[in-house]
Design a protein around this ligand. Structure first.
Ligand code: ITT
Length: 203
């Protein structure tokens, strides 16, 4: 059977493909590339799970196929959990290439934490993984990765806030890790491995 990845973020796609590949699914995983008329879904919910469900549901309805979506972001302790669901839009930069947008977001968080000492630079990545079926059945799970924020970006891998995020128990940022190392511990890995059982049941 076939599963559609309901995301326009080109950096999430390889991570999702590799995580779903490792759980040994006998399923064809498609991107949105073949669906130029797929709707843009406004992330109007206040939670990661709410927004992930909105995105998965819209694409399952549009394609008539099971769809999975990822809504994710960074919660910073010293910013009372912000940017949270606003992570992709934090700097207010829209329409730009994802790379530029991500760099502006990361710089803004570093500026906001300029006076925050190491022991108060805790943060966590969160990922909600949603599965929606054309008949209306839905599942959603969350994964979290705790860590802390550096004062300077380090590393070229990954995307978004990876260059400033060091997972608890590690010294490298997630942008300095290989894709395999990151997927093994990441919020996205945790969430999609938990969802895999439901995906597998699609046959
Ligand atoms: P879609 O909605 O089309 O999937 P998006 O990039 O808009 O793409 P989100 O709304 O889920 O996705 O925003 C997630 C943002 O949170 C993302 O742009 C990054 O800035 C950040 N983020 C999420 N996962 C991350 C990760 O693994 N590493 C670094 N930053 C991450």
């Amino acid at each position: 059977s076939t599963l559609v990845l309901a995301t326009r973020n080109r950096k999430k796609i390889p991570e999702l493909r590799s995580i779903l590949g490792e759980v040994g699914l006998d399923i064809e995983v498609r991107s949105l590339d073949g669906y130029p008329d797929a709707p843009e879904v406004a992330e109007t919910e206040a939670t990661f799970t709410g927004n992930a469900l909105l995105k998965a549901r819209a694409i399952a309805e549009h394609t008539g196929l099971p769809a999975v979506a990822d809504d994710s972001g960074l919660r910073v302790d010293a910013l009372n959990g912000m940017p949270g669901v606003l992570s992709a839009r934090w700097s207010g930069r829209f329409g730009a290439q994802h790379g530029d947008r991500d760099a502006a977001n990361l710089e803004l968080v570093l500026d906001q934490l300029a006076d925050v000492p190491p022991e108060r630079r805790g943060a966590e990545f969160v990922c909600a993984a949603a599965l929606a079926l054309p008949d209306g059945e839905e599942h959603v799970v969350e994964g979290v990765l705790r860590g802390s924020l550096t004062t300077e970006p380090r590393g070229k891998n990954g995307f978004g806030y990876d260059p400033i995020f060091v997972p608890e128990g590690y010294t490298q940022t997630t942008a300095e890790m290989s894709p395999e190392e990151k997927n093994a511990i990441s919020h996205r890995g945790v969430a999609f491995r938990a969802l895999a059982k439901k995906i597998r049941e699609l046959g």
